[in-house]
Design a protein. Structure first.
Length: 56
């Protein structure tokens, strides 16, 4: 599954982390605003967030 937007299709457990990364400018969508994230990417982002990597 590919998640292009932070919406009800994206797993609830990943939304806050992805929103944080978008707000910080770490993630940008394509020209249409599509993020193009898969399940593995979401899991990596969440683990890194829980480890505090994005709090710097």
């Amino acid at each position: 599954m590919i998640y292009n937007y932070i919406d009800e299709n994206m797993p609830k457990w990943a939304r806050a982390t992805v929103q944080k990364l978008v707000d910080k400018g770490y993630l940008n969508g394509n020209e249409k605003g599509e993020l193009g994230l898969n399940d593995t990417m979401l899991k990596i982002f969440v683990v890194n967030d829980r480890a505090g990597i994005y709090d710097k």
